[in-house]
Design a protein around this ligand. Structure first.
Ligand SMILES: Cc1ncc(COP(=O)(O)O)c(C=O)c1O
Length: 396
């Protein structure tokens, strides 16, 4: 039988990136006591008021068909949220989606196709390449350098641009590095985008998880308003990934054009999820503050626990749920270290290669497990790193 080329383009871009995680879960199910530091699943439940609101709404009969843009109640709540950042925002700028991931997919489908190219920083979030390639467009990476704290530099962006480029897919706060761009850096990046007439798709899913310092976005810069589309959700801010509730905010003409794509894909969002999301956006709870405190504390634990570990260099993030560690000093790639750590120490981490060629020397640890487990995982990583020194000495 014949298949469409999208299945070939995406063949190695899906679950293969999560091979260590999948294998760790398989061993765990067999009773191996693995410490799992792979995925970014918040370690606390959504606030009980969100569950109460979703339940209330369902019982009230809010489980009928919706519409492609989103229930008015959540569109209004999103206008209130984004109006604080840009007072020209109206409901015409809003489209609701089941999560940032779907929003990114639909938005990219509305902007590029075969023959086009999309720029993205490397390291990059594991699903981005699939999002870009599913449209038929090419991915062009912009190096995010450790010496710049993984902040994208306007000059690096400029150098990577080709005549095919249509979009910059920007992610701040960044997964996996936790880098948070400043307003000045965004202005410089935006100026390059303006000169080359690029769209900016801004994935802001970690907006609420900045440890210190301020959030900045191209959306808030009036000079970039006409070319910026924000994608985000309540998955991280409200520890509610399973509700699958997100959105895209962009120029009215774009959302109007994308509405038909969204209606074809989704036929609307569940009204009881919309009610719960509107409630979540309008009624601040302490969930993100709790996460910020715990994740920052675990960053500090990891940095001090690995300070003297031979060959391991952690990079403290400015935000988010993860920390990356350069393991190249052990003589192993991130991929080799991750598999050895699983096999020899029963600790599961993500190999950096799942986040682009630029992260090949790294592993990524999730900050969403209790402190004791984080400390124990660090002891085991240090033990593996120390043994790798012995292996290297034996080889020499
Ligand atoms: C950078 C980034 N974008 C998007 C997503 C997906 O978010 P959502 O649950 O809203 O689809 C994630 C999830 O980990 C992420 O890290």
């Amino acid at each position: 039988m014949r298949y469409a080329s999208i299945t070939d383009r995406l063949a190695s871009l899906g679950s293969e990136k999560w091979a260590v995680h999948v294998e760790a879960r398989r061993r765990k199910a067999k009773g191996v006591p693995i410490i799992e530091l792979t995925i970014g699943e918040p370690d606390l439940p959504p606030h009980e008021t969100l569950i109460t609101e979703a339940t209330r709404s369902m019982i009230a009969g809010r489980h009928r068909y919706s519409n492609g843009r989103g229930e008015q109640v959540v569109v209004d709540a999103l206008v209130r949220k984004y109006f604080k950042r840009r007072p020209d925002v109206t409901g015409d700028n809003v489209l609701c989606f089941p999560g940032t991931q779907t929003a990114l997919f639909a938005v990219m489908l509305g902007l590029v196709e075969a023959g086009d190219a999309v720029l993205v920083g490397d390291p990059l979030y594991a699903t981005y390449e699939g999002v870009i390639r599913s449209t038929g467009a090419e991915q062009i990476t912009v190096p995010l350098r450790p010496e710049h704290g993984f902040h994208m530099q306007a000059a690096d962006l400029e150098r990577a641009i080709t005549p095919q480029c249509r979009v910059l897919l920007l992610n701040t706060p960044h997964n996996p590095t936790g880098a948070v761009l400043t307003a000045e850096e965004i202005a410089a990046i935006g100026e390059v985008c303006r000169r080359h007439d690029l769209w900016i798709v801004s994935d802001e899913v970690y907006e609420e998880l900045i440890f210190d310092g301020a959030f900045a976005s191209p959306f808030d810069n009036p000079a970039l308003a006409e070319r910026t589309i924000v994608c985000s959700s309540i998955s991280k801010s409200h520890a509610a990934p399973g509700f699958r509730s997100g959105w895209a905010i962009g120029p009215a003409e774009f959302t109007h054009r994308l509405l038909a794509v969204s209606e074809t894909m989704l036929f609307g969002q569940q009204p009881f999820i919309a009610d719960m999301t509107a409630y979540a956006l309008d009624n601040p709870v302490e969930t993100s503050a709790i996460m910020r405190r715990s994740y920052k504390r675990r960053v500090d634990l990891i940095v001090s626990a690995l300070a003297n570990a031979p060959g391991l260099m952690p990079f403290a993030p400015e935000a988010g749920m993860f920390i990356v560690v350069d393991v190249s000093g052990t003589g192993m790639s991130g991929e080799e270290f991750a598999w050895a750590l699983l096999d020899e120490e029963e600790v599961a981490v993500m190999p950096g290669s799942s986040f682009g060629a630029g992260a090949g020397d790294f592993i990524r640890l999730s900050l969403t497990v209790p402190d004791e487990k984080v400390e124990e995982a660090c002891r085991r990583m240090a033990a593996l790193a120390a043994r790798s020194g012995l292996r290297k000495a034996k080889r020499a």
